[in-house]
Design a binder for this molecule. Sequence first.
Ligand code: 13P
Length: 254
Amino acid sequence: MGRRLFIAGNWKMNKTASEAADLVSKLKTEIGAAAGKVTVAVCPPFTALDRVCGILKGSNIAVGAQNLSDKASGAYTGEVSASMLLDLGVRYVIVGHSERRQYYGDTNEIVNKKAKFAISAGLLPIVCVGETLQEREAGRMKDVITTQFKGCLGNFTKEEILKTTIAYEPVWAIGTGKTATPAQAQEVHALIRSMLSGVFGADLAEQIIIQYGGSVKADNSKELMGQKDIDGALVGGASLDPAGFAKLIINAIG
Ligand code: 13P
């Protein structure tokens, strides 16, 4: 389909700024020329963004944040704005990760607001969707993904969706070592692409990157990303080790 693979590491609440600096310095060397063949990004915690952006400036590895405020500025204690991220050199921002939905109350409506706000400010959102095990076992996977898709992305303009990456992360596969099978993941990716096609047209739907996330590792990255509608990965645990993350990327393209 001509879509370029996009592999991003979501470090979650791991690594101090010094540890992060060490990790990305090693990652740059480990990935080497492979970084030119796929789009690669790392998403450290806010406190490490400045150091990481400095080290990766001019490299083939982009930097993302894990969240942002839906407000531009003002009296919002503890929040971080899009302009603060842009000023550091941040390009991507993860929005609506299941951990934010589960622990911090991010609803589809909030995810929609944050993603639109990010785009209007000049950032590129990675919008996460995914069902829980309970929802899957109750046969509600399609309903849940459809509701999240409509609520998070349904009112996007074509310009907005073209700046958006979608990450399908089945909650039951996150940090559990239980990866969705390539066929299970492909089924949901195809569903998402068909919804994109329904809202934005087939041509545009073919251009959107849909990442898979949930226990992606060096030994399953190739098979997952070999699926027709899987265009990359959002990697948690396996992105914390520079050699392992580099191997995951190299295997995916190899
Ligand atoms: P793991 O790769 O650790 O399962 O985490 C996936 C994830 O949540 C990425 O955002």
